[in-house]
Structures are given as structure tokens and as C-alpha cells.
Ligand binder design. Structure first.
Ligand SMILES: O=C([O-])CC(=O)C(=O)O
Ligand SMILES: [Mg+2]
Length: 217
């Protein structure tokens, strides 16, 4: 088994030119439930997970994680009760200042316009004006495994997102061959779309039985 940091770097760069939804044609694991959606327009996200398991309504664990955040990391916050927003204008500004790649919250966020203006990819279950408080007494934990959208995230996992949702990939277990197969499928798709639009017979274009690579419609 090669160096974990090198595997992570290879996975991150391999994701650059592959559609996440194409990986979704090939894999079943790691895809967060659809309730976790991008809450403002932003580009693609791919980075390394930093985790917080937040006990509402205390915000302090998030602030501590922000202070330690490194370039290219994705702040992943599970909000235990799912009611309070731990991320808003201040949090996102701090994440941008630390060079974060994005934020994923299994729970709501707030200050929606500021999130959109930041340009940082932020994923959450929705929005609320009920925010967290700087109490400093919670049992929140940081740096452990958390479950977001039904998927376990360990610190160091790769977290990727686009307009369709979030996927969590373990660099130790993810087969890089999947990215090669996904890239080949992505390369074929424009021609398929062109032929469908051009009126070619659908029976010749759509899979009506198992496909060789198991990809596609
Ligand atoms: O503090 C919070 O709970 C979220 C917030 O409003 C911000 O980051 O601006
Ligand atoms: Mg705020």
C-alpha cells in the first residue's frame, strides 16, 4: 500500500476532470443523501475532510476547527439535532481566510446571501435563522468519524461536491480505475447527446441490456 498522502493527492487530482454523477454510475458507496445540497452557486469542490460532531446549540467546536483549518480542507459538520445553523457569514469568511475548499453541514446554514457572495462551495440541508451560540460547554467532538447524509466521514477522507451533491471517498479503499472508466464515459457522452439530438434511433443508443462497463443509461 502506497503512502496515504500520495494516494489522497492522486485521488484529488484524478477527480479534477471527472463528473461526480459518472462516478455515481459506477459506485454505490459514499454518496450523501439528497438532503445535503449545495445552498449557493459555486464551483466544484474537492478537498480533505476535517470533522466536527456538534452538540447544539454550542458553536465553539466549529470555531476551534476553523482556527486549525489548512488549505484545501473541507470542514464537515454534523449538527446532532439538525436545527441550529453553525455556518453563516462569519464562519464562511473564516473558512475562506484559511484557504478551505468548502463546507459540508448535515444540518442547516444561515446568512444565505453572504454564503453565495463568498464563492465557497457550501452544502447543507437547508437554511434557518436559528443559529448556534458561543457557549463553550458542549460535548462536541472534533477530529473523529462523523456520519453526514448517511455516510461515514473520517478525517483525511476526500470530500467532493458539485451541483448534484456530495460524495465521500476513502483514498485507501477507492479504486483509481473507477476514475479512468468514468473519464472514458464522460468522453463518450457528448457524441451520444449529439446523436440523440440528431434523431438517431434510440434503440441503437440507449442500453437495453447490461453494458460492458456498467455505465450509462
Ligand atoms: O455563528 C453561527 O452560528 C453562524 C453564523 O451566523 C455565522 O457564521 O455568521
Ligand atoms: Mg451570522
Amino acid at each position: 500500500m502506497s503512502d496515504p498522502a500520495a494516494r489522497r493527492r492522486r485521488l484529488l487530482s484524478g477527480l479534477d476532470d471527472v463528473e461526480l454523477a459518472t462516478i455515481g454510475h459506477l459506485c454505490e458507496e459514499g454518496f450523501c443523501a439528497p438532503r445535503i445540497r449545495r445552498v449557493a452557486p459555486a464551483g466544484r469542490m474537492a478537498g480533505v475532510a476535517v470533522t466536527v460532531d456538534l452538540v447544539e446549540p454550542d458553536a465553539i467546536a466549529v470555531n476551534r476547527a476553523l482556527v486549525g483549518l489548512a488549505h484545501g480542507e473541507v470542514l464537515v459538520v454534523r449538527v446532532r439535532g439538525g436545527r441550529h445553523a453553525p455556518v453563516g457569514a462569519v464562519t464562511v469568511a473564516a473558512a475562506v481566510a484559511r484557504g478551505a475548499a468548502g463546507i459540508v453541514v448535515d444540518g442547516p446554514v444561515t446568512d444565505l446571501s453572504a454564503l453565495a457572495a463568498s464563492g465557497l462551495p457550501v452544502y447543507a440541508t437547508g437554511t434557518t435563522a436559528l443559529t448556534t451560540k458561543a457557549i463553550g460547554s458542549s460535548a462536541a467532538t472534533s477530529g473523529g468519524t462523523v456520519e453526514i447524509g448517511g455516510v461515514l466521514v473520517r478525517p483525511g477522507d476526500v470530500v467532493a461536491g458539485d451541483e448534484n451533491g456530495v460524495v465521500v471517498l476513502d483514498p485507501e479503499r477507492f479504486d483509481p480505475g473507477v476514475l479512468d472508466a468514468a473519464r472514458r464515459a464522460d468522453e463518450r457522452e457528448p457524441d451520444l447527446l449529439r446523436r440523440i439530438a440528431g434523431g438517431d434511433p434510440l434503440a441503437e443508443l440507449l442500453a437495453l441490456g447490461p453494458r460492458r462497463e456498467g455505465i450509462g443509461r
